[in-house]
Design a protein around this ligand. Structure first.
Ligand SMILES: [Fe+2]
Length: 296
């Protein structure tokens, strides 16, 4: 799930007019019934194949918190029942999952996050989309995003992001906040004692990018700095040119919580940076397991 700024970009790229999904029964906040009983045996089997392929790639690549929490979620054997997982999630961090038809408007998306509700798309990709899908489906939303909602610090940060999103709508800051989301929630890397690890859902649900983001020489890996991230454009139809590395989720919480009014004002006076830019003084951590301790 992503802010609709993402969808607007997607529509431009693909010529799509409307997002996929059946919006006819959605309530004002775009919530629908998941209708878990309607998934076919073929769809559950497709989910299992997606899950098993991705789970094999996680060791040594996904961050510890993600791996730990995924292991406690009952989702390996078929498309999960969102209501059941939501109950366990609420007990853990006070978050709930809500089923949605697909992408939802920014204001709705932010309002859900601010209220500790995470929107999960109900439809699953087709077998033809096994390797790649642009628009987020339930596999991306659930497998990529839900495990870290069980992490208390990460979950707290995401609520702050939602509150910030509602404010950004009135401050003209949406593009900047979308970049923050993109480079953290979707494509973020985090430091660990054993090297870099992925925590972004776009990476964790991708068969190719999970290894690429850590081990390919091509992309830049740069220490996370809030203003830098908010200035940086991103690619939606290719592997990322740059990944930003946080120290830990506390850093994400601390950086996301403050009021961004003045920051947005300053950002509006600055030019945007290309996705592959490297500024003077920045260190490109070109190797996944390079020590970050020695880099300025
Ligand atoms: Fe997402």
């Amino acid at each position: 799930m992503k802010p609709v700024v993402f969808f607007n970009s997607l529509a431009e790229k693909s010529g799509a007019v409307m997002p996929r999904g059946d919006y006819s029964t959605a309530s004002d906040d775009y919530v629908v019934a998941q209708q878990w009983d309607v998934y076919t045996a073929e769809q559950h089997a497709l989910w299992r194949r997606l899950y098993q392929r991705q789970a094999k790639l996680l060791p040594g690549r996904a961050c510890d918190s993600y791996v730990e929490h995924l292991a406690h979620i009952d989702a390996a054997e078929g498309i999960p029942n969102l209501a059941a997982v939501s109950e366990a999630l609420f007990r853990a961090t006070g978050w709930r999952l809500v089923a949605v038809p697909g992408l939802v408007p920014d204001k709705v998306f932010f309002a859900h996050l601010a209220a500790r509700r995470f929107p999960v798309t109900v439809w699953l990709r087709t077998p033809e989309e096994f390797d790649y899908i642009v628009e987020p489906d339930i596999f991306h939303d659930f497998f990529g995003h839900v495990p870290l909602l069980f992490d208390p610090v990460f979950a707290a940060h995401l609520q702050e992001y939602g509150k910030g999103g509602l404010k950004a709508l009135t401050l003209g800051g949406l593009d900047f906040l979308a970049r923050l989301y993109w480079y953290t929630m979707e494509f973020g890397l985090v430091k660990s004692s054993k090297g870099l690890r992925a925590y972004g859902a776009g990476i964790l649900s991708s068969v190719g990018e999970l290894d690429y983001c850590l081990n390919d020489q091509a992309p830049h890996r740069i220490r996370f700095e809030l203003e830098r991230v908010m200035r940086t454009r991103y690619k939606i139809d290719a592997y990322q040119k740059t990944y930003f590395v946080i120290d830990d989720f506390q850093q994400l919480f601390d950086d996301t919580t403050p009021d961004f009014t003045l920051l947005y004002q300053r950002l509006k006076t600055l030019s945007a940076l290309s996705a592959d830019s490297l500024l003077p003084g920045e260190t490109n951590l070109s190797l996944a397991n390079a020590s970050l301790d020695d880099d300025g």
